[in-house]
Design a protein. Sequence first.
Length: 360
Amino acid sequence: MTLPQQPRPGRRSRRAALAAAGAAVALALGACSSGADAEPADADPDATGADHGAITVQLSWIKNAEFAGEFFADSKGYFADAGFSSVTLNAGPGATESIVLSGGADFGLSNAISVGQVVAEEDAPLKIVGTTFQKNPFTILSLKDGADIATADDLKGKKIGVQAGPNEALFDALLVINEIDPAEVTKVPVEYDPSPLVNGEVDGFLAYVTNEAITVESEGNPVTNLLFADNGLPFVAESVVTTEEMIANEPQKVKAFLAAEIRGWKDAVADPEEGARLAVEEYGADQELDMEKEVQQATIQIDLIVTDETKENGLFTISDDLIEQNLRTLAAAGIDLEADDLFDLSLLTELLEEQPDLAK
């Protein structure tokens, strides 16, 4: 596990300014932290006497089984046990990094590419402090009876649906790392609905193997997945991101949040069916989710969460080797960062030393 180093010279002043600005804006955005998931702010603190108050968590997507661990942590009282009077889970999609920076959320869930891009381009004072997904779920989805894109070379001559923003940077990196001339591939702007793939408007579609891939296949379309993680672009996803100010000034709150998260995700890994039920019947009840699809998602994502490294070190940990893989992926995407620019695992390290049962 990698411990944080001191930031490189020249970055701190800009980060401090942004942190101060974010703290000021947070006062204006206080109303954002209210929501259907919230409990009364005067709930009892945990048995240890900790009282971390109310917090808001910005999710990266709609409330589906992708966040089963958060649903377990909330419904089983793990957040309350950790000393939080209430926890609001804000549904995405949204600009997670900007929301956390502005104070609209205390913690957010994102991925190393999205966070890295904001840190590199804006010198944003953000850090990844742990991660749910060791292996990212990004894929180029294609129809088995269509383009059947099974290798990176199969991308040549194809029309690929790519969403704007970090996803486009990620796709460009996939081409770079596999030495594919961008002129050999046609990028087609799309949203997140995979209909253009099913309708034949594109040959491939940038998707999640845990989401759109399941949806398309459930509609009777056998699919092929070209996983980014298996084709030169390994990086962490559904990572917990917060500000440097939070890490420096409220370390116990960060550790308490990580403890509740780990407990929730241990339950989610052990019982994907219940995680799916929480999504369909409770937290995502307004989304009209399909139970069968959510069970599939909750089950498939276990392989992204539980690896040989997490079996040895515990959930949410990120090994030195995986960090280096992330940095190489970032470099392929044109993002030049050092490990300490993006990751701070010091509080997670302390937490697991203080509560070793969390790592089991």
